[in-house]
Design a binder for this molecule. Structure first.
Ligand code: C5P
Length: 232
């Protein structure tokens, strides 16, 4: 899989999701399904979107004891998703358990990506609530290296961090980057943003774009603009 635009389908129901996806009559966008839609509709929503021909990033951010995560991943592998993820904070043992669970009998598996420190966590809350005192950018880079050493395929990070992650972990280690906005668009609640063209320039492998596409007056045109800036 090469560079691609992943559309965050942050909808509350299958009905809303299909109303959105029905607008795309040509290209089939790569779709991100997160907790809201998955918990509302269950695994059937994954099968239905897959059956329509979309690639899927299932964004459930698993974090539990290694045995539980391994067994949960063994369920997800049968959903035939293309990318899924977990928290690197679950440690190497959990990430290795996840890889084992995710690997099918024929040796194939979805790509497995780690979440490092969530972008909603800042230095102050990290020090106060989870007693991590190191600078947050070093923490993120340490989690990236730990994920790579555990055998994972990449991390979710800000497009601003993608270059550093590739320097540290190699260009083959994937960076999936949310926080993307058009130069002339609304930033909304995202704080550190980049345009699709800048994300391409810095070397992001995949951009995750939600509201600039889902809330656009013409979502298909907004998607095509992302593809034109980031992929073509
Ligand atoms: O609408 P917007 O483009 O901001 O959507 C970004 C998507 O990426 C959302 O699904 C959001 O939950 C997700 N995400 C993020 N920042 C992270 C991790 C995930 O915005 N650090």
């Amino acid at each position: 899989m090469g560079k691609d635009v992943i559309v965050a389908c942050d909808f509350a129901s299958a009905e809303q999701t299909f109303a959105f996806l029905d607008k795309f009559t040509g290209r089939k966008p790569f779709v991100k399904i997160g907790m809201e839609l998955f918990y509302a509709e269950g695994p059937e929503i994954v099968r239905q979107i897959k059956a329509r021909g979309h690639k899927i990033f299932l964004d459930l951010k698993l974090h539990d004891i290694p045995n539980t995560v391994k067994k949960a991943m063994a369920v997800l592998r049968n959903l035939d998703v293309d990318i899924t993820n977990l928290h690197a904070a679950g440690t190497t043992a959990m990430m290795q358990g996840a890889l084992e669970g995710l690997t099918r009998e024929d040796g194939t598996r979805p790509l497995l990506i780690a979440v490092t420190q969530l972008t909603s966590t800042d230095q102050e809350s990290m020090e106060r609530d989870i007693l991590i005192k190191e600078p947050i950018d070093q923490v993120v880079m340490h989690y990236a290296k730990t994920a790579k050493n555990a055998g994972l395929d990449g991390i979710v990070c800000s497009p601003l961090e993608a270059g550093k992650v590739h320097e540290t972990c190699g260009n083959g280690f994937l960076t999936i980057t949310p926080g993307v906005r058009f130069a002339d668009g609304d930033v909304g609640d995202q704080k550190r943003v980049m345009t699709p063209a800048q994300a391409k320039e810095i070397g992001s492998d995949y951009i995750v774009v939600g509201r600039p596409i889902t809330a656009a007056a013409d979502p298909v045109a907004a998607y095509e603009r992302c593809v034109a800036e980031f992929v073509d």
